[in-house]
Every structure is written in structure tokens, then in C-alpha cells.
Design a protein around this ligand. Sequence first.
Ligand code: AMP
Length: 536
Amino acid sequence: MSTPYPFPLLIHHLLHTPLAQAPDQEIVYADKSSYDYRELVRRIGRLGSALTGLGVKPGDTVAVLDWDSHRYLECFFAIPMIGAVLHTVNVRLSPEQILYTINHAEDDVLLVHGDFLPLVEAIADRIERDVKIVALTEGAASEKLSIEGEYEALVADADPDFPFEDFDEETRATTFYTTGTTGDPKGVFFSHRQIVLHTLGIMLALNWTARHARFHRDDVYMPITPMFHVHAWGVPYGATLMGVKQVYPGRYEPDVLFDLIEKHGVTFSHCVPTILHMLLSHPRAESVDLSGWKVIIGGAALPQGLARRAMELGIDIFTGYGMSETCPYLCSATLDGEKIDAVIDEQVAVRCKTGRPGPMVDLKVVDPEGREVPHDGTSAGEIVVRSPWLTQGYFKNPEAGAELWRSGYLHTGDIAVVDEEGYLQITDRLKDVIKSGGEWISSLELENIVSQVEGVGEVAAIGIPDEKWSERPMLIVVPAAGAEVTEEAVKASIQAYADRGVLSPWAVPERVEIVDAIEKTSVGKIDKKLLRQRYG
Ligand code: AMP
């Protein structure tokens, strides 16, 4: 008698659909190579064979240091599919932090792009385990390191028919490190089951509106959130499941990105606001047709000024919200039904909200006693959440994990209000909150207002210490390319909101600094910690 099969939710099983439905669809690596899904699956098999040949066993950890590439996509699959853990190394951290993450994650193998070999050389004698190193790029050499081989050669020599077995869906599949504003980076981790459910969840969230924010087989996908940052928000897994054409751009250079958008007709991407800002401030934003490009903005709030500019170019822009600890998807801000026909200002207001919780996301905004705040658009509280795909703690750091999960919900550290329609609006991160004279001033609200002032390119609002008021808001503004902006215009924009009673009079800053550029974190967000240190 045959026995039923309790099908485990494994990353391996995301590959059946594209092979059955879209085997000829293309996967492109910048201007360097392209192949179809059949070849993708064969190369995943070869990589599984090659890694096993190197001695990688289930439970081992394999780290990747690469720009966004077809190789990285292969690693997203092959490494967890052999039961090992994929460590996506944030290559923009400092060498000391990278060393810390390699040691902390207990990496056994490092797959290293030639650009990062000097970095690995510099830290190699302090890597605690006996790691094996594979060079990802042809011709990459090192006098100091002993390199096991080069990726293409290893893959070419290996068996494409690696017998990937099924195993427990709770097996750890991936790990990476939060960029943390204080102390050492903290490791989050996700199981096969979590990644599979997250993949299904995001694909559903990207298909429940009729006329915008959809992701489908006829799209052309290009990530502009690095693959080391929360699995490029998990979208490569979803794109592969659906058999979508995928374009991996390598290192993010504006000209290369524009070339790829033009050449392949990219229709679906995601990025942090600063990257979109960089692209839309580039002269080619005027000449390359960006209409029909769908872009999810997350990782930081989408300023209304940037959203309007994107919409004027025909971009279907909308917000997604999540964090490293949440795999990352939690919310998205899409327009229901005929709201897609509303005037641009009304649309911008919705598209820039933090959004509504997505499938299988149990999310609440609570006061310090854990009671849900009223959905009135003004009562603020912390976002706490449960869903099938949240990190169950921090790797080898039970105290921080218990703190994250106090009360049985994951505490995001994000402060938000919820409106009558159920849309969240993050007003601050707990650590960015500006408290002046006992009142909370939303840094994101200030940024939103100033982002719409003529001539403003980028803006950051921070709290600076003040003897009398404990803190005062301060604004740091970068003019748009070729534009001018004055302190007075910036202050007047906020004063106008205060005069109408929309903002408290305390929100009007005394200090506005016009600068050439604002520093960013390793994942491209405005570095408020550094700004606070500098101006505080
Ligand atoms: P990370 O773990 O680096 O991805 O950062 C996650 C944090 O980014 C969240 O906790 C939020 O503070 C912030 N964030 C992400 N998405 C949004 C959004 N749509 N609006 C405002 N803040 C966001």
C-alpha cells in the first residue's frame, strides 16, 4: 500500500513551476551572460554537486560576497537545497564588521567576487574557522589566500543531476546580519518553511489589486535592493517561482541600470528611496522611458516629493514595509479599486503610507501597556507582529532574541498610527523619535513636508539635544541637482503646516543646514545615527 507524502515546504520545490510553465524564460546577468530556466536548474544542480565535492555538509554555512548576479541567484537555491545555510554577507559593512559576521555565523566556505578578495585577504588571518575560499570571478587571483577554485570552472566540472533530497522544512536555510545602530551586528535566520511561505505571501500581496502594483509572468524583474539585504526582499524567490524574466545588474551603477532598463524593458523593481532618488536625479531619467515601471519602495519611508516625481514619469510607485527580522514583508500601500483614477495628490498620499498588513500578517499597533491604539490616524504606538516568516531570535544571542519577542509578539521598534481604513503610517523609529518640550515630533512627517519644497532633493530630520526643551528638531537638506533652496523656504514650509494646526508649533526648527550630500548606511538609508553625532 502506498503511503501519503507530507510534502515539506522546501526551497527546492519552488523550482517545479518555472520548469513546467516557463522553461525558455531568460535570466540575464548585466551585459555579460544570459540563459534560460532549464539552464538555471542545471547550474543549481552543478553547484550542489560542486559544494558537496568541496566537503560541504548539511548544517554547514556557506557565505557569499558578490554583487547582484545570476551566481547569487544560484546560491539562493543550491546552498539551502543541500541542507546548508546561505550567509549573505553585507559587503558594504566595514572589514571589521564583515570579519565579525563571518566568525559569528561560523562560515565554512566563502564564495568571493574578485572585488572583495583584497578585503578577505586583509582579514583572513583572523577568520577563526578553517574556511575554504572559492573565487566567483574568472581570473581573480590572490597571493595570500589559498583558493579552492573558480566558480565557473567548479560548476562546469560538476554533475547537473545532483540528487537534492527532501528534509525537515524547519531546517535553517539562510542567515544574515542586521546593520544595527548600536553594538555588534545581530544575526537573523530563516527556515525553508519560512522562505517558502514568505514567497507565496509576497506573490499574493503583489496580485490582489486589479490595476496596479501587480507582478506577473510578463514582467521583467530587476532588483535594486542588494541580494545580501534580506534576500533582496525575497523577490528573487518569487520571480523564480513564477518563471519571470530576471535581470541581475551586478554592482549598482546608474548608467548600467538605465542601460538594462532600456535594453530589457524592465517593468518591476524594488529599492530604498535614496537609490530611486539617485536614479531620478540622473539626466537619463528624462530620456529613458520609465513609464510602466513598477517600483516598490521600502527600507525607509517614501517621501511624497519623490513619489510625485516618479508618478510624473509614469512609474507605478508604492510603499512596502518590513525589516531584516521579518524576512522582510509585512505591509504594502496599494490603491483599492477606482482609487487608481484619483488625482495624483490623492494617490501620492496613499502610495506613501506604510500600507496595510499583507497575507498571514497579524500586526498590531500598541501602547506601552500592550493595548491596541484606536484606528484614528493620530494615536501612536509601537508596531508588533506575528507571521509565519519572522526570525525566531538572534543567532547565538538569546537575550536580544527574548527582548525582540517580549510578550509573544515581535517588537519592531517602529512607531506608527493607523487610519480608519487600516493603513499604517510610520511616524518614527523608536530611536529616531524627536521629543521636544514633552511632545513627540515625527521626523518622517517633517521630511515629507520638506521633500515637497521646490528645489529640495533630499532631506533628513533629526532631534538635537536642547537644554530647555530636551530636544529640538533640525533639518539637513540637499538641494536637487542644479537647484537652489534656502533655509527660510524650508522653515516656511513647516510653519505653514503649524499655522494650519496640522503640526505643533514645536515642529518648526530653528536650525536648517543646507549641505551637498547626506551620508548613507551600508544599505543605502540616511544615516541618522551619524547625523545625530555630528550635529548633536
Ligand atoms: P532593515 O532591517 O535594515 O531592513 O530596516 C528595517 C527598518 O526600516 C524598519 O524597522 C523601519 O524602521 C524602516 N522601514 C522599512 N520600511 C519602511 C517604510 N516603508 N516606511 C518607513 N520605515 C521603513
